[in-house]
Design a protein around this ligand. Structure first.
Ligand SMILES: Cc1ncc(COP(=O)(O)O)c(C=O)c1O
Length: 379
């Protein structure tokens, strides 16, 4: 498989840079803060959790709580994984064979294309800033071949934070239905939309061949738990994928399962608090970029906690990101980590995050200082 450019860049800088300004997870919390949200019984269950192996599909009570976040699914429709990344990997390995074909928007979170690209033929549908990163459904339909098996989407989208309209989602499902395709929907950022009306239904609820990918990492801000899941109406499909999991993590961490259950029971409160400060941060981020119209083109994201603006100043976006990191220790993701062999990706974009509660303003100030020092003639 192609090296995972984004995760490699993260491994180099996430814990070394002074200002982490490109996180795709919202601010996390301590174990004791999370336990404050627990019922006495759930707290007891965590503190006394038996640290043996757990159920391969995920603890039954955890899968029940996850299933409750869907309209009409139950525990048998849920298969847990160690994070969303393992869910993507296992699903693609099981669902795809060498003669198959997959369609995926580009740019994307790289495993959405690279795992499939290692197995079968993949078509990338290029997204661009001028079209507000909208997925062209006609292009999707025109790309379908007799061997197309699966379309992979992710909304709110990494890296641009856009959300497909509900009409587009229903049209896409109709395209899938007409062609007998699986729709794999990465919904890891669902729950922290900037406007609640933009929240999409979960694909596993509305499409019989749909698979939804969920996780504790992003909207809940609990990536350290490493608890993700696939949800689908088709249980046989999940059973098949579960057999592959025996070669991967086998089971989840017992302690994490208890903590994920506590967080999911408190989901309304956690998501609301996260949304509240994300809405505040996005206003600050937007007014920051609008202060520098000669340096940036800005498009407000609709959900998640990342945006993908364009640097239009001298020297280009790659130099901007690397100089900013070197001189001020501000970690942004340059667009080069989103490059793909499947479709050209628009140059000079970079990913910025607004999901940090305490350190966000400091990071913005450091970027502002850098711009004033390095680009004063362009401001
Ligand atoms: C769209 C998307 N899907 C999946 C993942 C993987 O998430 P996890 O860390 O929970 O494995 C990420 C991580 O950044 C992501 O952005």
């Amino acid at each position: 498989m192609r090296n995972f450019l984004l995760e490699e860049y993260f491994a180099d800088w996430e814990f070394n840079a002074a200002h982490h300004m490109t996180a795709s997870d919202v601010e996390s919390m301590t174990t004791s803060d999370l336990l404050e949200l627990a019922t006495p019984q759930d707290r007891y269950a965590f503190e006394n959790a038996w640290l043996g192996y757990t159920e391969p599909k995920g603890a039954l009570d955890l899968r029940e709580v996850i299933a409750n976040t869907y309209a009409d699914l139950n525990a048998d429709n849920i298969l847990c994984f160690a994070g969303a990344a393992e869910g993507i990997y296992a699903a693609m390995r099981v669902l795809l064979s060498p003669g198959d074909h997959l369609i995926v928007p580009v740019p994307n979170y790289q495993s959405a294309e690279s795992v499939a690209d290692d197995i079968c033929e993949v078509t990338g549908i290029g997204l661009n800033f001028e079209a507000a990163w909208r997925l062209d459904l006609q292009e999707v339909e025109d790309s379908i071949k007799s061997n197309t098996k699966l379309i992979s989407i992710n909304y709110p989208h990494n890296p641009d934070g856009m959300i497909m309209s509900k009409d587009d989602l229903f049209s896409l499902i109709e395209i899938c239905r007409r062609n007998g395709l699986i729709l794999f929907s990465d919904e890891v950022f669902r729950g922290v939309e900037l406007n609640d009306e933009d929240r999409l239904p979960q694909v596993a609820d509305i499409y019989e061949r749909g698979i939804s990918l969920g996780v504790m990492s992003k909207a809940y801000g609990l990536p350290g738990l490493r608890i993700g899941w696939l949800a689908a109406q088709n249980r046989e499909l999940l059973d098949e994928i579960s057999r592959y999991k025996h070669y991967l993590s086998i089971t989840n961490s017992a302690s994490s399962e208890r903590l994920a259950l506590i967080a999911l029971k408190a989901r309304k409160k956690i998501l609301k608090e996260n949304q509240t400060y994300l809405r505040k941060n996005i206003e600050e981020l937007e007014s920051f970029f609008l202060t520098y119209p000669n340096l940036f083109k800005w498009l407000r994201p609709r959900g998640g906690c990342i945006a993908y603006p364009k640097f239009i100043g001298p020297g280009g976006g790659e130099k901007f990101c690397r100089d900013l990191l070197r001189k001020k220790g501000v970690f942004l993701l340059p667009g080069s980590v989103y490059e793909s062999p499947l479709a050209s990706t628009p140059p000079n974009h970079f990913r910025i995050g607004y999901g940090r509660k305490e350190s966000f303003q400091d990071g913005l100030n450091a970027i502002g200082d850098f711009l004033d020092e390095e680009y004063s003639t362009s401001i």
